[in-house]
Design a protein around this ligand. Structure first.
Ligand SMILES: C[S@@+](CC[C@H](N)C(=O)[O-])C[C@H]1O[C@@H](n2cnc3c(N)ncnc32)[C@H](O)[C@@H]1O
Length: 303
């Protein structure tokens, strides 16, 4: 296992790199709290200008967002897996399983999980690829890279441990989705799960994920999206605006980070608009599937 802090992934040449905001870019929790205006229809639907970008319902300077996001996940890393289970009532596991069923991992493939956090998708990729290998009487040779801008999230994933047969086959690297430290055409499959909405320059990140995919490689993006009916949206709003920040407060002692997470979901484009962004980044045959009435959607495209 490799924890590669801002360095090259094993076996990669000619990798690019870019700055990861350091802790000085981080706002103290009380500052984040004070930045959050009350939710209005305007803040919910408005688009930031070219110089600013959304950070929850607040528009912040483009160059500040990555540091702020990093602060959120620095604070939530320790309790991230538990909070994920509580906030989604465990449903994120079902969604992730559906993502990996669609990814259809194969023996010998290379998987890159961008904004991979504690490594759920990478573990699942190896499990499924190994099962396919066993069926064919082949050795388990798939490998995965979990890349995240936040070292604390990766460390929480490493601390969780690995199955013995995954040992040495997952690399953990810090890096920014907007300039992946990997060579072109490196991966067979690139995934990003509930990470793209946190990225400052989404178009740049999408182009990067396209760049590192082999021709014909697949891209899968799971993200919280827009519920498909007004009634369902109202119910979901009630749950997320009232329950999630409270859970954050009681379980993780951090209401502000969870308030940001809820707000960032509302500022993310709807399914069709995001599909157009993926196409603009050069992916082919892009389609999406709504999960749980559109609370989340899986977008899939091909390099
Ligand atoms: C909600 S968590 C999702 C983690 C994991 N993918 C999952 O589904 O459980 C979002 C992750 O995105 C990471 N992240 C945010 N901005 C990023 C960026 N620009 N590049 C790479 N990772 C980023 C955060 O550090 C965090 O770990």
């Amino acid at each position: 296992m490799l924890i590669n802090i801002g360095q090259r992934v094993r076996g990669c040449r000619g990798a690019s790199s870019c700055d990861i905001p350091d802790r000085s870019g981080r706002f103290a929790p009380e500052r984040v709290g004070s930045m959050l205006p009350a939710m209005t229809e305007t803040t919910r639907n408005s688009s930031p200008s070219d110089d600013t970008v959304s950070f929850g319902f607040t528009d912040v300077n483009r160059e500040d967002k990555a540091g702020l996001v990093r602060g959120v996940f620095d604070r939530s890393a320790r309790r991230y897996d538990l909070m994920n289970d509580l906030m989604s009532l465990g449903i994120h596991r079902v969604w992730k399983d559906m993502v990996m069923t669609r990814a259809n991992p194969q023996p010998g493939e290379r998987h890159l999980d961008v904004a991979g956090g504690t490594g759920d998708l990478a573990r699942s990729f190896l499990d499924k690829a190994d099962r396919a290998a066993r069926r064919r009487g082949q050795p388990a040779t798939a490998q995965a890279v979990v890349l995240d801008i936040n070292e604390q999230m990766l460390r929480a994933g490493v601390k969780r441990g690995l199955k013995p047969d995954h040992e040495g086959r997952i690399d953990w690297i810090t890096g920014n989705a907007e300039c992946l430290p990997l060579p072109a055409r490196w991966a067979d499959c690139v995934t990003i799960s509930t990470g793209i909405r946190n990225v400052t320059n989404r178009d740049k990140a999408l182009r990067e994920m396209r760049r590192v995919l082999k021709p014909g490689g697949r891209f899968l993006c799971l993200e919280f999206t827009k519920p498909t009916t007004r009634g369902w949206e109202k119910l979901y709003d009630a749950w997320s605006f009232n329950v999630m920040p409270e859970l954050g407060h009681w379980v993780a002692k951090d209401r502000e980070s969870y308030q940001y997470l809820v707000e960032s979901i509302r500022r993310f484009p709807d399914q069709e608009s995001f599909k157009a962004e993926i196409e603009a980044a050069g992916f082919r045959n892009v389609s999406y599937t709504n999960f749980s009435g559109g609370i989340a959607a899986l977008h899939v495209g091909w390099a």
